[in-house]
Design a protein around this ligand. Structure first.
Ligand code: ZN
Length: 865
């Protein structure tokens, strides 16, 4: 008998069995109900990190469980393979992006296979491969046909030294280029957008359909969409025809407007600026132009503004008010202008104080008047004052009344506004799907005919990182005849945002090898929606919102029949490593250089701070999955990850706990091996009869056997419940440990009850530690796969406790215990107690004055001395 199991050997062997039995392919046309289990696909960066491992192990347990529960399961994997790092590798090291990407994919695929993730690799998708991006381009054309793709001028990050457009990730926190170090400028370029704002209302309302999503994620999406209900009001400019339009959610405060603010980029800014203010206004505009949107709107940053000299009229009361420009008002958002109501808005109050603007109270708490000067903005509802005909009205009613009046007087109207803006999808980079349009001097923008797709990315490119996208420099590629009139025309050289690739990949998996279509209706409708989606919370907004948007657009084009792509969503927590940091220098120290008992800086001797933080290279706190696999095997890594924390919580890596799981698997190994190798007892049928036939007819003989059977069925019940709904893998693993302990304690290896316990333990373990479970299953003499077994069902009768332990007390002091039938009544309990040896010893010959019976617990005899 081996005392320790050989993980490496078992895991290699498993890989072969899995394929030989055909379990690596999705069952397409079975009568079984479907289950679509999906992990967010990774960017192929080179190696799996622990965050990936956790993500894929969680989904794998669910996929394996569902197979055993009788579902046909779709569990695919692919690669989100376009994007900046491959292009950077090309610039830095001269490796073509495709080659770099494919090397990384091969490496990560090998690691996924080592982990025993039960994926159907025949449906693998790679977004940078022409057979995938052909359909990404086709979908772009669907958006174009639907009027949901359009071009307009928009700001980009421009590196004036390298003369190139930069992605946001290539601009550091000080607004400098990652390569040249130059201060990045904002430059206007003609760019492509998707009209996601057309779907804002649906995207918001349909959040209510997502009962299987975390509330937190739904709230983040709702805030991102940012619906506000209010009014659009127009303020005439003194001495001009034009009016300034603003959006407000507080029309009830309109009589308190004491100034207007325009975005510096607003086209009216130069018009309203008076000659004496021109110089200062222009200087201010230039200053603001170098700031990013985030800098301009940051909560903690003081808001800066400047008078233009221009004045407007509040149409409600005829008052003249100053027009300013300020950094916090963005032209791209709303109307690019806001009304200032300092008395009733906290930000406006602060801004008015700093800029010496007047403050006028128009709402007061009930029973007060407006005579007191305000020390802060009053933002609660109250009674309207200084508001003309509306005086005395509750402000809650004032909103509707003001809008009605504004509409009558043509001052404005009711309006709903969203924070969500259209999605800028074009990138001035090489490594992405080319946007399939051709620009013709006579016909304008012409879509590439579907029969000419894919528009392939040209190969053998020189990457310098300077100048415009390499695509613009390829004359042969750029210059093509117009598909419509045949005259010389030019290809679009922008590529698509990689979020487009990931907005439909879950649809492609349902029909991955179809080279005539992106997917066909009956396949996609058969598998969609995804029953369980698992991924990081960092994708709560963009990826999930874009995927929902795509689903709705494709539905409206008759390409699928679903409103929402993801039925249930699990956002797994982070994997954190122990982190050492010198609090004085802020430097992170490698764990290998630190004595964990006395963590000191090896250079300076200073005491280090020790804490857990998300694993990252820069903090030297990462654990390489490859090393854990090499030392303990995949099953231990899986068990540790599942046991250490509930899936949605952060997980603190702990070597001692990893070791603990390895020891547990070894205990199970010994337990089963010992049982399998025990010679059969004479005259008794031993374990190897299939338990399916024994089933519920098992009749445990002794208390030991009854207890063991109860432990077995309790484990089935508890683990099945832990895996419903919330996926509490950690408590499920605890239950596996309890069952293994019960088996060790039972020592009734000859009984069918023991055999049932062993087989159940292996089946329950199969989704968690698939390799060892398969090997132990075969040890019991089975030739099929444990993964093909039905998930065990518990026998309620086995859970019934039919005997209890009754405590016998004399004068309140415990003198012993006896076993009695669980359903005994008070009278019976007294009789059992009187007949017991304990009672005989202590009360024989004495007068019993009183007997106290606590049903299910104890009998206490009060005797005379
Ligand atoms: Zn043309």
């Amino acid at each position: 008998m081996e005392s320790q199991y050989n993980a490496a050997e078992i895991e290699q062997k498993w890989q072969r069995t899995w394929t030989e039995l055909g379990l690596d392919k999705t069952q397409e046309d079975s009568e079984k109900p479907k289950f679509y289990a999906l992990s967010m696909f990774p960017y192929p960066s080179g190696n799996l990190h622990m965050g990936h491992v956790r993500n894929y192990v969680i989904t794998d347990v669910i996929a394996r469980l569902k197979r055993m529960q009788g579902y046909r399961v779709l569990h695919p994997m692919g690669w989100d393979a376009f994007g900046l790092p491959a292009e950077n590798a090309a610039i830095d090291r001269g490796i073509p992006p495709a080659k770099w990407t494919n090397q990384n994919i091969a490496q990560m695929k090998k690691q996924l296979q080592q982990l025993g993730i039960s994926l159907d690799w025949s449906r693998e998708v790679t977004t940078c491969s022409p057979d995938y991006y052909k359909w990404t381009q086709w979908i772009f054309l669907q958006f174009l046909k639907a009027g949901l793709a359009y071009q307009k001028e928009a700001a980009v990050n421009w590196d004036p030294v390298d003369q190139t457009v930069l992605a946001n990730e290539q601009v550091d926190s000080e607004g400098r280029s990652w390569r040249s170090g130059a201060k990045v400028e904002r430059k206007m370029l003609r760019q492509w957008f998707f009209k996601i704002t057309d779907y804002a209302e649906q995207l918001l309302n349909d959040l209510d359909k997502l009962s299987g999503w975390p509330e937190r994620v739904k709230l983040m999406q709702a805030n991102w969409i940012g619906k506000s209900v209010g009014a659009y009001l127009e303020f005439p400019i003194v001495g001009m025809e034009e009016k300034i339009g603003v959006f407000t959610t507080r029309p009830d405060t309109v009589y308190g407007v004491t100034y207007l603010v325009l975005a510096p980029e607003h086209p009216l800014t130069p018009k309203v600026t008076t000659p004496d203010r021109k110089e200062s206004v222009e200087a201010f505009i230039k200053e603001v132009a170098s700031e990013s949107e985030i800098e301009r709107t940051a909560e903690d940053k003081p808001k800066r503004g400047i008078l233009t000299g221009g004045r407007a009229i509040n149409p409600f009361n005829g008052e003249e008010i100053p027009i300013l420009i300020a950094d916090y008002v963005l032209y791209e958002y709303g109307t690019g202008a806001v009304m200032g109501v300092p008395a009733h808005d906290t930000r406006d109050f602060k801004f008015a104080k700093e800029n010496n603007l007047s403050i006028k109270t128009v709402i007061v708490p009930e029973g007060e008047d407006a005579s007191k000067p305000l020390e802060a903005a009053y933002t609660d509802p109250g009674i309207m004052v200084n508001s003309g005909q509306f005086d005395g009205k509750p402000s809650t009613e004032g909103k509707a009344a003001i809008i009605e009046y504004a509409e009558k007087q043509s001052y404005g109207k009711a309006r709903v506004q969203y924070r969500l803006r259209d999605w800028l999808i074009s990138r001035q980079r090489y490594w992405g799907a080319p946007i399939p349009v051709i620009h013709c001097p006579s016909c304008g923008t012409v879509p590439v005919p579907e029969s000419d797709l894919p528009v392939k990315l040209p190969e053998s490119i020189k990457f310098t990182g300077r100048g415009p996208s390499p695509l613009t420099q390829l004359e042969d590629w750029v210059n093509v005849p117009c598909p419509s009139c045949g005259e010389p025309a030019k290809r679009e050289t922008d590529t698509m945002d990689t979020f487009i690739d990931s907005s439909w990949y879950f649809l492609r998996y349902t029909d991955a090898s179809n080279d005539g279509k992106a997917f066909v209706l009956d396949r996609v409708n058969d598998w969609m929606a995804v029953d369980q989606y698992v991924g990081g919370i960092e994708h709560a907004i963009l990826h999930l919102l874009y995927s929902r948007f795509f689903t709705k657009v494709l539905r409206d084009r008759g390409l699928l029949n679903w409103d929402e792509p993801f039925e249930r969503l699990l956002t797994q927590g982070m994997v954190q490593g122990i982190t050492y940091k010198n609090p004085n220098t802020g430097k992170y120290i490698q764990a290998s250089a630190v004595n964990p008992e006395h963590p000191k800086d090896p250079e300076t001797g200073e005491i280090l701070s020790v804490f857990y933080e998300k694993m990252s290279k820069s903090k030297y706190n990462g654990v390489d999955p490859q090393q854990v696999l090499a030392k303990y095997g995949a099953d231990t890594a899986r068990m540790f990850i599942l046991f250490k924390a509930p899936p949605e919580k952060d997980l603190e890596w702990d070597d001692a706990d990893v070791e603990g799981q390895f020891r547990f698997l070894n205990r199970v190994w010994r337990l089963v091996t010992e049982f399998a190798e025990k010679p059969p007892v004479k005259g008794k049928e031993k374990s190897k009869i299939p338990l399916r036939q024994q089933g519920r007819s098992l009749n445990p003989k002794s208390k030991i056997q009854k207890d063991l059977r109860r432990a077995t069925h309790t484990a089935i019940k508890e683990i099945s419940e832990d895996l419903e709904g919330e996926y509490q893998f950690n408590t499920a693993v605890s239950e596996l440990m309890k069952l293994s302990n019960a088996l060790s304690d039972a020592k009734c290896l000859d009984s069918p009850v023991y055999a049932e316990g062993i087989e159940t333990l292996i089946k329950l373990m199969a989704p968690f530690a698939p390799h060892i479970a398969e090997q132990l299953w075969h040890r019991l003499g089975h030739v099929d796969s444990v993964h093909q077994q039905a998930w065990p069902k518990f026998d309620p009768s086995a859970l019934v406790v039919d005997e209890i332990t009754l405590v016998i007390q004399i004068m309140g002091k415990t003198r012993g215990t006896i076993q009695v039938p669980a359903n005994s009544d008070k009278q019976a309990l007294e009789q059992y107690a009187r007949k017991s040896d304990v009672a005989k010893r202590y009360i024989e010959g004495k007068e019993v004055k009183k007997v106290i019976v606590v049903p299910g617990k104890l009998v206490n005899f009060v005797v005379a001395n």
